[in-house]
Design a protein around this ligand. Structure first.
Ligand code: SF4
Ligand code: FES
Length: 368
């Protein structure tokens, strides 16, 4: 049963998201960080993170994704990348680009950085800076992409997609090609945290989603061998949910800025879960024995209709945080699923019809 600290057998984790800080100069209205941001004074030290990377490598983690907030807000970012590279972790920097300069990028590459994932908020400075709530951000991103390319580092462009920018998908694809990216990830906003506050303004309509899918199919064909495009449509337009995080406690873990280890970035929205901290326990103990990681591992916690469903080993019942947000029960079937008794309520929240006049002009920006 969810909530009891029973232990379910698990494979080693493959990936770790290192949320180095919640500090960020941008204020995106769909930020996935919690509403209550962690203070700089509570952040793990360089030595703490170095130990965490060593423990991660020892239990089988292969990739570390440096994230935030904005990871470049950490002055010791170069040291942290080196610490991870020293234990043979594959290093990926997930950045807005703000806080980097040419010298710092060169130092990161020297320290062992292997991949950069650069977020863009739009295809023109005007649109992008409006969404990011930060003037000058877009032009810095263009510089960063050039520096990444000059070091021959693989570049992924990450474009969060929503009602305001989904119609510019073709331009987003072209910009990614122009910037020399090998991959474009277009993921529709996930409506947790700050995004939940902006759901009406940001939710793409079903017609927008259909047009975007067609654009992606055509571009994939046209850009074979040039750009790989991943498109993650809004959950709300799906028949079945995605296997959020590849299944709870199955593939990866998040370490937050203060050292708490979470099964996903939004897990603290499940208020009855308690999270262990790398300051007090080893990563191995937390991954294999921690209450939070075991809460939704395996299938015994599932309720109907998931429990008897033949898709349960495909999507693992969907997203626990979405189930919590929409039903108040983290063990319920994700309401995105058409078999969920709450599915009809979810459909009511989809903005229809395809009328731009319904687009709310006001956004609630992330606090700092
Ligand atoms: Fe997935 Fe549960 Fe829906 Fe089956 S009932 S498709 S396991 S979410
Ligand atoms: Fe937490 Fe999906 S975001 S399980």
């Amino acid at each position: 049963m969810a909530g009891q600290n029973h232990i379910v057998e698990a494979n080693p984790p493959m990936a770790m998201l290192a949320e180095l800080t919640h500090r960020c100069p941008l204020a995106c209205p769909y930020c996935s960080n919690p509403l209550q941001l962690k203070e700089q004074s509570d952040e793990l030290s360089t030595e703490d993170w170095t130990r965490v990377f060593q423990e991660a490598a020892a239990i089988g983690v292969l990739h570390v994704h440096f994230s935030g907030g904005e990871p470049a807000s950490r002055r010791d970012l170069v040291q942290l990348v080196k610490a991870a590279a020293d234990v043979d972790l594959y290093t990926n920097l997930i950045t807005s680009g703000v806080g980097l300069n040419e010298k710092r990028m060169a130092d990161l590459v020297e320290a062992g950085l292997e991949h950069v994932q650069l977020s863009i908020q739009g295809t023109t400075a005007e649109e992008a800076d409006y969404i990011a709530g930060y003037i000058g951000g877009h032009s810095r991103k263009m510089d960063v992409a050039n520096w990444v390319r000059s070091h021959d580092l693989p570049l992924t462009i990450n474009a969060v997609c929503h009602r305001h920018n989904i119609e510019a998908l073709e331009q987003t694809i072209q910009l990614s090609v122009d910037l020399g990216a090998q991959r474009l990830e277009v993921a529709t906003v996930q409506f947790h945290g700050w995004a939940e506050k902006n759901k009406q303004a940001l939710m793409p309509t079903r017609q927008q989603d259909e047009r975007a899918r067609k654009t992606v199919v055509a571009a994939r064909e046209r850009l074979k061998g040039v750009l790989v495009i991943d498109y993650v449509p809004a959950d709300y337009h799906a028949t079945y949910p995605k296997a959020c995080m590849g299944g709870w406690g199955r593939v990866g873990l998040n370490v937050d800025p203060t050292g708490r280890v979470l099964p996903c970035h939004a897990a603290e929205s499940i208020d009855w879960l308690s999270f262990d901290n790398v300051r007090e326990k080893t990563l191995a103990d937390i991954w294999y024995k921690g209450e939070a990681f075991n809460a939704f591992r395996g299938f015994d916690w599932m309720e109907e209709p998931c429990r008897s469903c033949d898709r349960k080993s495909v999507d693992f019942g969907g997203c626990r945080c979405q189930a919590m947000a929409m039903t108040g029960n983290a063990g319920a079937t994700d309401p995105v699923c058409s078999k969920s008794p709450m599915h009809a309520r979810l459909l009511d929240q989809i903005a229809e019809p395809d009328d731009p006049a319904q687009m709310s002009p006001s956004l609630i920006y992330r606090g700092r």
